[in-house]
Design a protein around this ligand. Structure first.
Ligand SMILES: [Zn+2]
Length: 413
């Protein structure tokens, strides 16, 4: 009952905020977490256990880390079908914010300059798709859906079959979906959240993406993607994981970010204090992991940078650093040969994810006596619900006109 109240409260706050301002920033992560707590007994305990293992990860490296990116534009109206130039404008913002080269670092209050830090992370648009074909790193999918209600837990953006688009293998690409997800500005999940692997990545509202075209002030400086990719690289909101932290016990697991009650909005005047941090210099509302308008956020801290880099170096996102997706294409280089079709988890109990499926493939699942139990079509990523199948060994055949592979799948109960 308490959890339901929290969800209602979060939604209520969103509505109130919406009524007071024309376009508040809403990151849908807290909404999804509230739903996850409802559905998953012991969810907070799992998060805590995962966090303990993350905290053992540390790195002292100073080299630049590069993440391959693919942008999936899911559009309904022509205006939503954003241009490659708009995508490039967003990439430019990421490549300055994550190098602390953004000109507005000059606006970081002097009290927070000592803890501000350079993540030294770069982003490149993919040059090779999961099938080994050349790509410009942008996909376009027309949808009949006018919007995706992420704040209400709508997951269809991650499914081609539901009007969204299946992501590319998250081991090789940071998937960025761009669509109308109003009233949310964006969403991103830290590694190991309970969500299936095919949702790994971030989703950005098309009016909050890049610095031109469909981007609308005051969220037209690309900071929504900076914030959501912060989550993707294991950063939490400054107030913790719930919509409000009135007890001041919520944490982002960083020692150099002041505790705060809840999200800041608009463009606060420095110093801003609240019930959790009631003396100057007060709250770090200019941190990318708070909610103020794009022009009023300009920094990550040392501890946040440590978390992001550890997440990439030896942590749960480390496979992205060895991805060849941004390699210059000479002829056709098959990334699928380096990263062949993979099934995970295997053995599976509830759901099995299949990655790197060649274009326009038929997928057939046979049980131990050769009976066809599933036949469908897929490409890139798919998930198979195996809850209805009995325990045992199964054969998964994936084939198209030029490719056929056979995989052993174990189903365990
Ligand atoms: Zn967020």
């Amino acid at each position: 009952m308490k959890k339901i109240s929290l969800l209602i409260y979060v939604s209520f706050v969103c509505l109130i905020t919406h009524a007071q301002q024309s376009s508040p920033f809403v990151c849908a992560l807290d909404n999804f977490l509230a739903i996850a707590r409802e559905k998953t007994p012991g969810y907070d305990l799992q998060t805590l256990e995962r966090e303990k293992s993350h905290q053992t990860l540390r790195t002292n490296s100073t080299n630049i880390l590069t993440i391959p990116v693919v942008v999936h534009v899911v559009w309904n109206t022509t205006a939503d079908s954003i241009s490659a130039a708009q995508v490039a404008s967003q990439m430019a913002i990421l490549n300055t914010d994550f190098m602390r080269l953004n000109p507005d670092t000059a606006n970081t209050p002097s009290a927070f300059v000592p803890v501000s830090a350079n993540p030294k992370i770069q982003f490149c648009l993919a040059q090779i798709d999961p099938q080994g074909n050349p790509t410009n790193g942008i996909t376009y999918t027309k949808t009949i859906k006018t919007s995706f209600a992420l704040v209400s837990g709508d997951t269809s953006i991650w499914h081609t079959s539901k009007g969204g688009y299946n992501g590319w293998d998250p081991n090789n690409y940071l998937n960025i979906w761009v669509a109308d997800i109003s009233p949310a500005g964006g969403i991103g999940f830290w590694p190991g959240a309970v969500f299936p692997g095919h949702r790994e990545g971030v989703v950005i509202n098309n009016t909050f993406f890049g610095t031109m075209g469909s981007a609308v002030a005051p969220y037209n400086l690309g900071r929504t993607a900076t914030h959501e990719i912060g989550h993707f690289l294991n950063l939490h909101h400054l107030w913790g994981d719930a919509g409000s932290n009135s007890s001041c016990t919520g944490t982002d697991y960083c020692g150099d970010t002041p505790t705060q009650v809840t999200a800041s909005q608009n463009c606060p005047t420095f110093p801003k204090v609240d019930a959790c941090t009631n003396a100057a210099p007060g709250l770090a509302f200019m941190n990318f992991m708070d909610y103020p308008q794009d022009a009023c956020r300009n920094m990550f801290t040392n501890d946040q940078v440590t978390r992001m880099r550890a997440c990439l170096e030896g942590g749960p996102r480390s496979s992205l650093l060895s991805s060849t997706a941004c390699s210059v294409v000479s002829g056709v280089r098959a990334i699928s040969e380096i990263n062949p079709i993979s099934l995970f988890p295997n053995p599976a109990t509830n759901t099995v994810h299949v990655a790197n499926i060649p274009m326009k493939s038929k997928v057939k699942l046979f049980d131990a006596i050769g009976k066809l139990v599933l036949e469908t079509e897929a490409e890139n990523m798919m998930e198979i619900d195996v809850t209805a199948y009995s325990e045992g060994v199964y054969m998964l055949i994936i084939e198209n006109t030029s490719h056929r592979t056979v995989h052993k799948l174990m189903i365990a109960k």
